[in-house]
Design a protein around this ligand. Sequence first.
Ligand code: EPZ
Length: 418
Amino acid sequence: MDKILIEGQKPLSGSVMISGAKNAVLPIMTAALMAEGKSALTRVPDLRDTRTMIRLMKIVGATCSFKDGRLEINASTVNNPEAPYDLVKTMRASFYVLGPLLARFGVVKVSLPGGCAWGPRPVDFHLKGLEKLGAKITLESGYIIAEAKRLKGADISFEFPSVGATGNIAMAAVTAEGTTIIENAAREPEIVQLCEYLNAMGGCIGGIGTTRLTIDGVDELHPADIDVIPDRIETGTFLIAGALSGEITLNGVNPQHLDAVLLKLKEAGCNVSTTSNSITIAPAETIQAVDMTTAVYPGFPTDLQAQWVALMSLAKGSSMITDTVYHDRFSHVPELNRFGANIKVDNNTAFVRGVDELVGAPVMSTDIRASASLIVAGLAAKGITEVSRVYHIDRGYEQIEEKFRSLGANIWRENPNA
Ligand code: EPZ
């Protein structure tokens, strides 16, 4: 398995182009399955997860071609509404095919996603929502089987504004008979773009970007093209690296998607300036310890919690970081402590006492964002850091070591098995 090695404390400078958003393109790919014909998606990041989703597109019968960020999906040949366990277990976003394939074929078989590095991550909101739309749901040897001749619009209210459940139900409802109301819908930019894409396909969704979506069912959809939004989590990851290691500019971004993060970085003493499509960050003389609590959009994203903990481990003073979205998403903490950080976890809060220096060490990735926090820490640590199991980071970051190297980092990949 590949390792990424870093010789830390090399000052970063310059600028880098951010990639398209993984968590926007994955549901948009499954939405494209709903219409016969060819859709073209641009600014698609070349990641393990997008490659996994392309494999799933082909398993259900679509044809795909992917080159230089442009992904063409022809869904005319889709004929196998089934997502197998050995694929779903590697990427829970495969569950996004549930709504689209049920809507198009009236039946779909999708493996229940397993847990993940930090917890169970249930899908009950997805299933209850589909039942409300009239689907019959059965569980057979770890597979969900959903059936419905034609889905019927309904009033659905989520007890938590789930990103995935909002996406799945919106896709299922867009060709249902009648109107669906989703109360307490997710407002993440990735879901906003999914809804915009469904409307571009001929859907009729109102309230996009609010917590109340009104979906008037249409009879059929047609293919549509779309340019994927920039990845706000990759952007935030690089901003936090800049806060620790040097003044950098991120291009091709949407600063409005990161209001909560930019505010916190300023509170920590960083100098942040923005244009309509770029953000420049300059590190603080001394990073101030700043408490942070994650929240659904537009709050501080849980997907940047691990990276924020890494930043606070070198702050002056103590800070509390609470994750209200995933209460047990702290598998990065024991690894950060191997650098000499001083972090304790109690329930869903990390208590961080800032230290003067981190020292490079061999550490292990456990999930996409934990891996990112280890790289951010390694860039700021003295000496050599070795991050193993980097397939996790490759799931969600396109050419991460090339991008950091272009900013002046001494970072390289080794394949010990080569
Ligand atoms: C999406 O996951 C993202 N993944 C995650 O990013 C992100 O961390 C998460 O949203 C929260 O923002 C993709 O978009 C592919 P949720 P999702 O449903 O949709 C509970 C990354 O690193 N819940 O909003 O699975 C759940 O347990 C990944 O890119 C239920 O209880 O997240 C959690 O506590 C990691 N029942 C909360 O809701 C359900 O049916 C939020 O989950 C669904 C969710």
